[in-house]
Design a protein around this ligand. Structure first.
Ligand code: SF4
Length: 347
C-alpha cells in the first residue's frame, strides 16, 4: 500500500487535505510539528492528543518537536519575516525538509500539505508555493490536494498513486468550499480558523523579537526553548546592566516562573508578604562583572517590592529573598518609582 506523510497543523485545511488522500486508499500518517511558538501545549500529553484526533477525524497523528532547528531559524530566516516576527516561508520550508527526511524511515513515498493557492498574502501565492517546494527539495514529492488541479502534477499524480481528477482546485481566502467539503465528509467538529502562532501575534511577537534583536547581556545564540516559554509569562524587563527580568503578574505566573527557573537564574520573592516571584534569567552566567550583577539584583528586588502588596504608611521597604546558585540571602529594597523603570519594559 502506498503511504504518505501529511503536514498537519490541526487546522481544517490540513484535515481535509489528509482525508482527501486517505479517501483514495493511501495510508497517511500526519505529522504535527511543535515549537515553543505553536502547538507547545501538545507536548504535555501527545498520546492523548493523538487519540483525540483519531477519534474526531480518523487521522493518525504524531507530535514532532522541531524546537531546536526553529530557534536557529529565527536568527536569520532566508526569506525574511511577515508582518510580525513570523518567518512563514522559512517555517514551511523547515517543516517540509523535516518531513522529507522522515519519508524513508516511515516507508512513505510522498508528502501532503493543506496549503490553498492564494489563501494567504505572503506564504500561499503561486510564486511563494514554488519557492517553498524548491527550497525544501520537495517540488515533485509534495502534493497539495486542495489546490492540486491548479498546480503542476506531482509525482504521486503522475505515477497514479492518487487520481488527480479527484483532487481539488480551491483558490483564495473564502472558507466556504472547505466548510462544504467538511460537511460532505461528515466532519462535525470544525477547528477554529488558523491562529495560535505566537510569532504572528502583534504583542507577543514583539517580545520574541526584542530578545533576538536586543543587545542584552544574554547572547541571542544562547536562547533556549525554556527561555521562550519564560518570555511568554508575566512582565518582562531589560535591566540597565543587560539582565533579563521576568516578574509574575498573578499566582499562576508565579508558579510558572518557579517551574521555569533554571540553575543559573536568580529567583526573588518577599518572604511573609504578598507579591510576585521574579526571575533574573541566567544571572549566574551572563554578567561580565559581579558589580553589574549586584546592581541588577537590587533593581530586581525593588521591582518585586513595587509589584507586591502596598506597604503600610511608615514602612519604607521590605526584605526580598534572593536565591542564586544554591545560596539564599536577603536584600532590603524600597518600591521602585515607575519613572525609573518605564523604559526597561519589554513589549
Ligand atoms: S504563522 Fe507561524 S506556524 Fe504558521 S507558517 Fe507562519 S511562522 Fe509558521
Amino acid at each position: 500500500m502506498i503511504k504518505a506523510l501529511a503536514l498537519f497543523s490541526g487546522g481544517l485545511d490540513s484535515i481535509l487535505a489528509t482525508r482527501l488522500v486517505m479517501a483514495q486508499g493511501v495510508a497517511v500518517e500526519a505529522l504535527q510539528f511543535v515549537t515553543p511558538f505553536f502547538n507547545d501545549h501538545l507536548l504535555a500529553d501527545p498520546a492523548a492528543h493523538a487519540d483525540r484526533i483519531l477519534a474526531l477525524y480518523g487521522i493518525k497523528v504524531e507530535v514532532v518537536d522541531i524546537s531546536a532547528g526553529y530557534l536557529q531559524l529565527l536568527h536569520r530566516p532566508a526569506h525574511g519575516f511577515g508582518r510580525h516576527f513570523n518567518p512563514c516561508i522559512d517555517c514551511k520550508i523547515l517543516m517540509l525538509n523535516q518531513a522529507r527526511q522522515m519519508l524513508a524511515a516511515r516507508g512513505a513515498s510522498f508528502l501532503i500539505s493543506g496549503e490553498v493557492l492564494g489563501q494567504r498574502p505572503m506564504s500561499q501565492r503561486l510564486d511563494t508555493l514554488n519557492v517553498i517546494s524548491r527550497d525544501s527539495a520537495t517540488r515533485d514529492l509534495l502534493l497539495r490536494p486542495l489546490s492540486a488541479r491548479l498546480l503542476p502534477e506531482s509525482e504521486a499524480e503522475r505515477r497514479g498513486w492518487v487520481d488527480r481528477s479527484r483532487l481539488l482546485a480551491f483558490r483564495g481566502r473564502s472558507r466556504a468550499p472547505q466548510l462544504a467539503l467538511a460537511a460532505a465528509m461528515g466532519i462535525r467538529e470544525i477547528p477554529a480558523p488558523a491562529g495560535g502562532c505566537i510569532l504572528a501575534d502583534p504583542i507577543l511577537s514583539r517580545r520574541i523579537a526584542a530578545i533576538y534583536q536586543s543587545e542584552s547581556a544574554m547572547p541571542a545564540a544562547a536562547i533556549t526553548t525554556g527561555d521562550i516559554r519564560t518570555l511568554l509569562v508575566g512582565r518582562q524587563f531589560r535591566l540597565p546592566e543587560g539582565g533579563w527580568l521576568v516578574v509574575g503578574r498573578n499566582e499562576e505566573d508565579n508558579l510558572r516562573l518557579l517551574d521555569c527557573a533554571g540553575d543559573d537564574d536568580a529567583v526573588l520573592a518577599m518572604p511573609d508578604w504578598a507579591g510576585p516571584v521574579a526571575l533574573l534569567k541566567k544571572a549566574a552566567s551572563i554578567y561580565p562583572s559581579p558589580a553589574g550583577l549586584e546592581r541588577d539584583l537590587h533593581r530586581a528586588a525593588a521591582l518585586v517590592v513595587r509589584y507586591g502588596r502596598r506597604l503600610p504608611a511608615g514602612m519604607a521597604g521590605r526584605e526580598v529573598a534572593c536565591r542564586l546558585g544554591g545560596e539564599r540571602r536577603l536584600l532590603f529594597a524600597r518600591p521602585m518609582a515607575e519613572a525609573v523603570y518605564r523604559g526597561w519594559k519589554l513589549a
